[in-house]
Design a protein around this ligand. Structure first.
Ligand SMILES: *Cc1c(COP(=O)(O)O)cnc(C)c1O
Length: 546
C-alpha cells in the first residue's frame, strides 16, 4: 500500500513504506529482476503541525506525480460497485549507483475516464472509511495484477508486502478458474505456488477486515462469490491476512519473535522468519559514509563488510558523530527555536504516536526524571505522527507536549513536527541514544534502531522485535526490562535505572567506553541488519523454493 521512494514523494506513512523503499533500493543494488506495485497516493498520508496547546493538526500532503514519474501508455479497468474504474500506472525508476534499475508502478485512478468519486480512490493513503479502503485494495490487488499483465511483465512470484494486496490472490484464482477445467483445490495450489506473504504486525487492529456485504457491493458477484471466498478468508468477514495466509506458499514474519507471535495468532500455518534490514547507503550520514569508504570501499554494496568497523579510529568516529549531531541541533533550532547543547547527551524518540509504542513512558515519573537530569543533564528530541483516527495517539501527543512544558527549562526538550524520511535521516544520525519503548510483543520488528546503529547511535530499547536479536548488553546497546511480556508495567522504572546506572555515567565518565560501544554497534548491527542481507534471504528462501 505504501512505498518511500524519496522524501518528496508522499506515497508512504511510516515503517512499512520505508521498508518497501529500502527493499526496492536493495533489489536495484543486487540486480534482482523485480517490479514494485503501489498506489500513487496523490494526497499523501498526513502533514503534521502542532497547535499551541500541543494538539496535532493534520493536513493533506499532496505531491505531483508528473514531477517525479512518467505516465505509462497503458490503462486497465477494474469493476467497482458495477462501474469500470480505469487505472493508469506512473513509472518511477529506482537506480543503484552502479546503474541497475528497478521499476516501481504507482497506480492512479485520477483519470478523465472515471466517475468523479472514483478519481479520488488512490488519493489518500490510509484515509477514508472501510469502503474507501476496500476500493483501494481492489485497485492495488486486482488492478496490480492486470496492470502487470497489460505491460507485458511475466511474473514468477508475487510478494505480498502486508495483507493490503491480498485480493491479488483472488484475481489469480479467478483467472485460473476461467481458463481451465480443474477443481478449485488444484487452482488454489497453483496460486500458493506463486505467492509469498510477509505479515508485518501482531496488532489485531492492523489486519484489514471487510464485511461480506461491502465486498459484494464493491466487487460484484461476477468476481468471485462470497460463498467461495469464505473458506479462504474467514466466515464472518473477509480477513485479508487469512486470505493471504491461505493462498501463499511461503509466509514469514519480520523478526524471529514476530514469527513466533504470528504462529500463535494463526495456528496451523508455517510462519518463517526473515528479520528486516535497512538500506545502508540511504541511512548512513555523509561523514560516516566517508569513514566506511576509507577502509571498506565496497561497504554500500556489501554492508557485511561493516563487521570490520570496529577497526575505525576513535577520534574519527567521534568527529563524524559530532558533525551529525551538530546538523541535528541546527535543525532543532531552525524548526523550534530551541538551542540544545552539543556536549550534553541527546536522547531521540521518533515513532508512530500510538498506544503500544508508549511514547509517554519516558515521562511516566516526572520526579525521577527531574532528579536524573539534575545528576546527569540530558536533553530529548521527540517526533512522530498519530493516525487521524487514532484518538489515543493524538492524546499522547498532547500529553507529551504538556510534560515537556512542565520540564522546561530544566530539561531541554523539543518535539519536531512532521516526522518523515528526511527528518528521520537527520534524527537517526544526530542523537546519542535511540530510545524504543514498545509494549511486548507488539513491535513486529522496528527498523529505525538499525538506522541509528549505522551511524554509531546507541540503542536503548525494550526487548522486542529486532532488538532481541541485536542486543548484546553493554556492548551493542542496552535493554530495558527483561525479555518477554512479564514485567512490562515496570519498564518505566527499568528505563530510569538503566539511564542512571549505565547510559548517562558512561557518556559523562568514560568517553572511550562510549566510542567502543559505538563501534561495536556498527560492526555487530549494521553488518547484519541491512536490506541487502534481507533480500538475499527472500530470494533464496522465499522466491526460489524447492
Ligand atoms: C525508519 C522509519 C520508521 C520506522 O521506524 P520504527 O523503528 O519501526 O519505529 C518510521 N517512519 C520513518 C519516517 C522512518 O524513517
Amino acid at each position: 500500500m505504501e512505498i518511500a521512494l524519496r522524501p518528496e514523494i508522499h506515497s508512504y506513512s511510516g515503517g512499512l513504506g520505508i521498508l518497501a523503499g529500502d527493499t526496492a533500493r536493495s533489489c536495484a543494488d543486487l540486480e534482482l529482476p523485480v517490479v514494485f506495485v503501489s498506489l500513487a497516493s496523490r494526497a499523501g498520508y498526513l502533514r503534521q503541525e502542532i497547535a499551541p496547546d500541543g494538539s496535532q493538526v493534520g493536513y493533506d500532503d499532496p505531491w505531483e506525480p508528473s514531477e517525479w514519474a512518467t505516465p505509462l501508455d497503458a490503462m486497465i479497468a477494474v469493476s467497482v460497485e458495477g462501474r469500470s474504474v480505469w487505472i493508469r500506472p506512473w513509472l518511477y525508476v529506482v537506480a543503484c549507483p552502479l546503474g541497475h534499475l528497478v521499476p516501481v508502478l504507482l497506480l492512479d485512478t485520477d483519470l478523465d475516464q472515471n466517475a468523479p468519486e472514483d478519481r479520488s480512490i488512490t488519493d489518500h493513503l490510509y484515509g477514508g472509511d472501510d469502503v474507501y479502503r476496500l476500493k483501494q485494495e481492489v485497485v492495488l490487488g486486482v488492478g496490480g495484477v492486470r496492470t502487470l499483465q497489460a505491460l507485458g511483465f511475466s511474473i514468477r512470484t508475487y510478494h505480498l508486502n502486508e495483507g493490503h494486496a491480498a485480493l491479488l490472490t483472488l484475481e489469480l484464482l479467478r483467472r485460473r478458474r476461467r481458463s481451465g477445467p480443474n477443481g478449485l483445490e488444484h487452482e488454489v495450489d497453483h496460486v500458493r505456488d506463486v505467492c509469498v506473504f510477509t505479515t508485518h504486525t501482531p496488532v489485531e487492529a492492523g489486519h484489514d477486515r471487510f464485511s461480506y456485504e461491502h465486498v459484494r457491493r464493491v466487487l460484484g458477484d461476477d468476481f468471485i462469490a462470497p460463498d467461495e471466498i469464505r473458506p479462504l478468508a474467514g466466515e464472518d468477514r473477509l480477513n485479508m491476512t487469512r486470505l493471504a495466509l491461505n493462498l501463499s506458499g511461503y509466509v514469514n514474519g519480520v523478526a524471529r519473535r514476530h514469527a513466533e507471535t504470528t504462529q500463535r495468532m494463526f495456528p496451523g500455518y508455517r510462519i518463517a522468519a526473515i528479520t528486516n534490514g535497512v538500506h545502508a547507503p540511504t541511512w548512513t550520514h555523509a561523514g560516516f559514509a566517508e569513514l566506511y569508504q576509507g577502509i571498506l570501499p565496497n561497504w554500500g554494496h556489501e554492508p557485511e563488510l561493516l563487521v570490520r568497523a570496529d577497526q575505525l579510529p576513535d577520534e574519527e568516529v567521534w568527529a563524524a558523530h559530532q558533525a551529525a549531531k551538530h546538523e541535528l541541533l541546527d535543525e532543532v533550532r531552525r524548526r523550534t527555536g530551541i538551542s540544545m547543547d552539543q556536549n550534553a547527551p541527546l536522547i531521540g524518540f521518533a515513532r508512530r504516536m500510538t498506544g503500544y509504542k508508549r511514547p509517554d513512558l519516558l515521562f511516566s515519573d516526572m520526579q525521577r526524571l527531574r532528579s536524573l537530569a539534575a545528576k546527569f543533564p540530558f536533553q530529548v528530541v521527540v517526533a512522530g505522527k498519530a493516525h487521524p483516527r487514532d484518538t489515543q495517539g493524538q492524546q499522547i501527543i498532547r500529553d507529551v507536549h504538556a510534560r515537556m512544558r512542565q520540564l522546561s527549562p530544566e530539561i531541554r526538550m523539543a518535539f519536531l513536527p512532521n516526522y518523515d524520511m528526511a527528518l528521520a535521516r537527520t534524527l537517526v544520525a544526530g542523537t546519542d541514544v535511540w530510545l524504543n519503548t514498545p509494549l511486548p510483543p507488539l513491535e513486529a520488528s522496528g527498523t529505525s534502531g538499525m538506522k541509528a546503529a549505522l551511524n554509531g547511535v546507541l540503542n536503548l530499547s525494550v526487548l522486542d522485535g529486532w532488538w532481541i536479536e541485536a542486543c548484546v548488553e553493554g556492548v551493542t546497546g542496552w535493554s530495558i526490562g527483561r525479555d518477554g511480556p512479564e514485567g512490562a508495567e515496570q519498564h518505566g522504572r527499568d528505563l530510569y535505572d538503566k539511564l542512571e546506572g549505565e547510559v548517562l555515567p558512561l557518556y559523562y565518565h568514560d568517553r572511550a567506553g562510549w566510542i567502543r560501544m559505538m563501534k561495536q554497534g556498527i560492526s555487530k548491527i549494521a553488518s547484519y541488519f541491512n536490506s541487502q542481507r534481507m533480500m538475499r534471504r527472500y530470494t533464496t528462501e522465499a522466491y526460489v523454493r524447492p
